[in-house]
Design a protein around this ligand. Structure first.
Ligand SMILES: Nc1ccn([C@@H]2O[C@@H]3COP(=O)(O)O[C@H]3[C@H]2O)c(=O)n1
Ligand SMILES: [Zn+2]
Ligand SMILES: [Zn+2]
Length: 245
């Protein structure tokens, strides 16, 4: 089973050179969009891709760089193609995504009054595998980010870990690799400053070598060029490149 990953962007919420950290996970018959931030519609356009060719969009948590493109996505599909996107999201996010984020822009009396009016909503329970296609199985793992904000990392096909924005979790990462058979880690990486809600490069560098060598770095800032060559075994994930996972 061959799974590919193409990032629509690899930047943090404020990056101007790398777009928001959103991705496409692809198997031969299925395309999953991981998060749909403010820059996702333009990123799709630049890749000559259409939301029509995405089977489902998965949301990890509610920050603009992860959900800020959903309004445009839903409107594009409705008005150009008369269809709804399948929205996969942790069950705990269904209500806040509508009440705290999308309702403000999308509410229309008598026409649009719930998330279900604009998406095919498929709530997912964390901690159990969900088969999305013949080759793609996804499990949500709740991980800490901003206090009070539910956030979910992903385990893909039982052996790939994709971090939502996450506070450094060394024990989890070591356990995933040494006990749970994870062979690839896609991890957010804050290059400067203290990691209050993200994991810093310094923290990732403190991991043992057998874990570091499985890590691709993503969700980084525009200062990334200054850090190339200073990440030991860990490589920066690059926007638009197609990776076989
Ligand atoms: N200097 C900054 C940078 C980012 N932010 C917000 O904190 C969020 C952390 O998760 P994120 O998804 O990276 O989005 C960030 C901004 O909303 C912020 O409040 N101040
Ligand atoms: Zn983010
Ligand atoms: Zn975030």
């Amino acid at each position: 089973m061959s799974i590919s990953l193409q990032m629509l962007g690899t930047g943090n919420a404020l990056a101007k050179n790398y777009f928001n950290n959103n991705g496409l996970l692809l198997d031969k018959n299925y395309t999953l969009m991981i998060d749909c931030g403010v820059t996702a519609p333009l990123a799709m356009h630049e890749l000559n891709r259409s939301f029509r060719d995405v089977n489902a969009t998965l949301i990890t948590h509610i920050h603009a760089d992860h959900v800020g493109g959903l309004e445009e996505q839903a409107l594009t599909l409705k008005h150009k193609y008369n269809r709804k996107m399948t929205l996969l999201l942790p069950e705990a996010l269904v209500e806040p995504l509508w009440d705290h984020t999308l309702m403000g822009g999308m509410y229309q009396q008598g026409v649009v009054s719930s998330l279900e009016d604009i998406f095919e909503v498929r709530p997912l329970s964390p901690g159990v595998p969900h088969r999305l296609s013949e080759d793609l199985v996804l499990e949500l793992l709740q991980t800490p980010h901003v206090p009070g904000k539910d956030s979910y990392s992903l385990i893909v096909n039982g052996d790939i870990f994709y971090s939502a924005d996450i506070i450094f979790q060394p024990d989890l990462l070591i356990d995933l690799v040494r006990e749970q058979g994870i062979r690839r880690i896609l991890h957010d990486c804050q290059l400067t400053g203290t990691g209050h809600v993200h994991t810093t490069l310094e923290e990732l560098l403190s991991l043992p070598e057998d874990v570091r060598k499985l890590i691709y770095l993503m969700h980084y800032g525009d200062e990334k060029p200054d850090y190339v060559g200073h990440t030991r075994e860990m490589e920066f994930l690059e926007q638009h490149v197609m990776y076989t996972l």
